[in-house]
Design a protein around this ligand. Structure first.
Ligand SMILES: *[C@@H]1O[C@H](CO)[C@@H](O)[C@H](O)[C@H]1NC(C)=O
Ligand SMILES: *[C@@H]1O[C@H](CO)[C@@H](O)[C@H](O)[C@H]1NC(C)=O
Ligand SMILES: *[C@@H]1O[C@H](CO)[C@@H](O)[C@H](O)[C@H]1NC(C)=O
Ligand SMILES: *[C@@H]1O[C@H](CO)[C@@H](O)[C@H](O)[C@H]1NC(C)=O
Ligand SMILES: *[C@@H]1O[C@H](CO)[C@@H](O)[C@H](O)[C@H]1NC(C)=O
Ligand SMILES: *[C@@H]1O[C@H](CO)[C@@H](O)[C@H](O)[C@H]1NC(C)=O
Ligand SMILES: *[C@@H]1O[C@H](CO)[C@@H](O)[C@H](O)[C@H]1NC(C)=O
Length: 687
């Protein structure tokens, strides 16, 4: 259907534009041709079709095919700056006795019209071996000129060249409007009659005539009659400068320019450079190659519209498959926040990641691959390309989008947007440049960790603040469910940002959310939650306890290189505290660097977080406050001891303001599995 339409348009345009480009257009409703001759404007057949009476063409239909005439002159071709007319041949013939048998003179008179003989394109040609020709011309003056050709023998005459032997040429003056030629003979052809009975003369277009001695014959003037005379013409009788002053009568239309005629009796018009068409008609001069342009544009349009349609269908399919509808639902059920999330197009993200260049990969994890991307506004982002999405992962994915859009906290990685049009859903995060806490802690391998005690304390406080915010300060309580050092990102200044909300839950008290599927990461999983399946905020507190233990010890949460009872860091840590051997476990240097009481306070806090009974664990808010307090203690604050527990007061530092998103994301290696043995062992050991 569309293809047919296009083909029609193209062919229509080819016809239209061909006429426009070769300039043969007429005024609307006017006859285009007289016989075989095109009659373009400013000429026209009939008074209303031409620019003026001098351009009014008389198409004489008594001829077959009909012939166009200007006055008495037959026109063989019209163009936009010249006219070619049939010439008039002057003849003089003799018989063998020297009597003149034919005498025809040639006379063309253009006086009183805007036409002149082109002095550059016409020449007077004289034929014969005993021929004299007188030409006369007039314009503002009278002049007479001529040419004589005498030769003795046929052999001297060479066909093809008008060299003076049997053929001579003479030019005409500029601006000539009347031509008269008379042929006569000096010796009445007496000596040459055998091969040359006639003499001829005509005014005609230069280089169009190829001389032949056989043209000397009696009736061979038809070949000569076919050489046209070129006439110049001018529109109006003023110079451009004057004509322009009267736009109503100025003949040069859109995209054309005016130039004075060579013969100085008026002006003409021409399409501007790069344009073709008829400069005397409105909107006729078009850009060159318009038809091709149209073809190109039309063709591309067709191609892309078909392709686009397919792409849109595909995108819609993906959008639905990727949970676009689910997201919409979620968005409508949780007002606000989501408007901040930009829905990126697949193209934008393809461009941003240089078509998912291998070199742009920041990390690969359980959920997918994270690429570094650069948005058109030069913002650096992390783009998470999800792995194969099955139904269960799908809801998690949407979950993460919805949760993150609710959150605006300096220690929570910022979700900038998502894209659901591509085959695999894509998430766009702020770029956090410095890797994960897990990487940083494990970087040591022999060398001392680069992370100072002060930084460890601050990072701990930041994480606690962020998780506490999730639990209480956010509009809807959120349980992260996967707090671990691998989900803590660090920016240039080692500011912590909690990431990977794939497993997080909104509204934990919702009955339906108490799922049979226990989710979390080995080594961080709350044993109580593992056994009961009852998810509370305290599960995050337990996981955070493990992170604190990591910060204190620099040990991996699970390490199978360690002896069996030490494999699980949480149990190992608790055991060490119980056996008063904590100092052996602590990261080397920490004690020297930090105040011993401070380190011990943090260890004590970690122990409370790791309590097997959720109820007895402190809330995240308390943890955060305590850590902030400890930090304040570094900076000269005070500690209060209550019931042997150090409850430390300090400024609550829950920052509800977002920082400008110039920072990254995620290397979310998260998993979901049950590891019953591990859990049971950890519980047994700690008991
Ligand atoms: C100009 O284009 C038309 C097609 O519209 C064609 O018929 C005509 O022969 C062309 N004239 C010249 C002088 O090329
Ligand atoms: C057409 O040409 C013929 C022959 O030359 C002439 O007799 C006739 O008057 C012309 N007709 C017009 C309308 O000029
Ligand atoms: C030819 O010319 C001669 C004089 O030169 C003349 O006597 C004769 O009558 C002429 N013949 C004809 C047919 O005109
Ligand atoms: C040119 O010659 C014609 C007649 O031969 C004459 O009537 C006219 O006045 C002349 N023009 C000039 C400018 O001399
Ligand atoms: C006229 O020209 C033709 C060839 O163009 C030639 O064969 C013929 O002889 C010529 N006629 C005369 C009388 O010279
Ligand atoms: C120039 O043309 C205008 C109108 O076309 C006419 O009135 C005027 O007489 C012409 N002038 C000359 C010198 O031909
Ligand atoms: C992390 O940031 C610190 C301080 O800006 C810098 O020295 C270090 O090279 C960064 N590490 C990485 C892995 O980017």
């Amino acid at each position: 259907m569309r293809l047919e339409l296009l083909l029609f348009l193209v062919s229509w345009l080819m016809v239209e534009s061909a006429g426009a480009i070769n300039g043969t257009e007429t005024l609307p409703g006017c006859q285009q041709k007289c016989g075989n001759v095109e009659v373009p404007y400013p000429f026209g057949i009939g008074a209303k079709c031409s620019i003026a009476t001098w351009a009014n063409i008389n198409c004489n239909t008594t001829f077959n095919p009909p012939k166009p005439f200007i006055g008495g002159l037959e026109v063989v071709q019209f163009s936009l700056d010249q006219v070619r007319i049939r010439n008039h041949v002057a003849v003089s013939c003799y018989n063998q006795f020297g009597n003149q048998t034919d005498q025809i003179f040639a006379w063309i008179n253009l006086i009183g019209t805007p036409y002149t003989f082109s002095f550059t394109k016409n020449v007077v040609t004289v034929l014969g071996c005993d021929t004299t020709v007188l030409t006369r011309g007039s314009q503002d003056f009278n002049y007479t000129s001529g040419c004589i050709s005498i030769c003795d023998k046929r052999e001297y005459v060479i066909d093809g060249t008008c060299s003076g032997l049997g053929c001579c040429e003479t030019s005409i003056p500029k601006g000539m409007q009347e031509f008269y030629a008379l042929v006569s003979s000096l010796f009445s052809h007496a000596k040459v009659w055998s091969f040359d009975p006639c003499g001829y003369a005509f005014l005609g277009e230069k280089d169009m005539y190829s001389f032949k001695a056989s043209d000397f014959g009696y009736s061979n003037s038809s070949r000569l009659r076919d050489i046209p005379v070129v006439l110049n013409f001018a529109v109006g009788n003023q110079t451009c400068k004057h004509a322009k002053q009267n736009p109503a009568t100025f003949a040069c239309k859109d995209n054309s320019y005016c130039y004075d005629s060579v013969d100085g009796n008026g002006y003409l018009c021409s399409c501007r450079k790069g344009y073709e068409g008829n400069p005397y008609l409105k909107k006729s001069c078009q850009g060159l190659g318009f038809g091709f342009l149209f073809l190109l544009v039309g063709g591309s349009w067709l191609y892309f519209s078909i392709k686009k349609r397919k792409l849109i269908q595909l995108k819609e399919k993906f959008f639905q498959k990727n949970g676009g509808l689910l997201l919409k639902q979620q968005i409508s059920s949780h007002e606000g926040g989501v408007e901040l999330t930009k829905i990126f197009t697949a193209e934008e993200l393809k461009l941003a990641t240089n078509n998912y260049d291998q070199g742009r990969i920041l990390g690969q994890g359980g959920y997918g691959t994270v690429y570094k991307g650069v948005l058109p506004d030069l913002r650096i982002v992390a783009i998470k390309k999800s792995k194969v999405v099955d139904k269960s992962q799908l809801s998690q994915f949407i979950n993460e989008v919805v949760i993150l859009t609710q959150i605006n906290h300096r220690n929570v990685v910022k979700l900038l947007g998502c894209c659901l049009e591509s085959e695999l859903p894509l998430l766009v995060y702020e770029f956090v440049s410095n890797g994960t806490l897990s990487q940083l802690l494990q970087k040591k391998s022999g060398t001392m960790s680069s992370l100072s005690w002060e930084d460890r304390l601050r990072i701990g406080a930041e994480i606690a603040g962020a998780v506490s915010y999730l639990h209480s300060a956010a509009s809807i309580p959120i349980i992260h469910r996967d707090v671990k050092s691998a989900n803590i990102l660090l920016d240039d200044n080692y500011i912590a940002k909690v990431a990977d909300f794939g497993a997080s839950r909104l509204n934990p008290l919702d009955e339906s959310q108490i799922s049979t599927l226990v989710q979390g990461t080995m080594g961080y999983l709350d044993p109580e939650y593992f056994h009961t399946g009852q998810l509370t905020e305290k599960s995050d507190v337990y996981s955070f306890g493990v992170v604190l233990a990591e910060l204190l010890t620099g040990e991996k949460p699970l390490c199978f290189v360690r002896p069996i009872e030490q494999r699980n860091l949480a149990t190992y840590f608790l055991l060490s505290m119980k056996e008063d051997s904590l100092f052996e476990l602590l990261e080397a240097g920490i004690i020297n660097e930090g105040k011993e009481e401070q380190v011990l306070a943090v260890a004590e806090l970690a122990k409370r977080c790791l309590n097997l009974k959720g109820e007895e664990r402190p809330s995240m808010k308390e943890v955060a406050a305590e850590l902030e307090g400890l930090r304040g203690f570094v900076r000269h604050t005070w500690v209060q001891k209550i019931n042997g527990e150090s409850r430390i007061m300090g400024p609550e530092n829950v920052d509800l303001y977002a920082i400008p998103s110039d920072a990254y994301d995620i290397n979310g290696a998260s998993g979901q599995y049950s590891l019953e043995k591990e859990m049971i062992r950890s519980m047994n050991v700690s008991r």
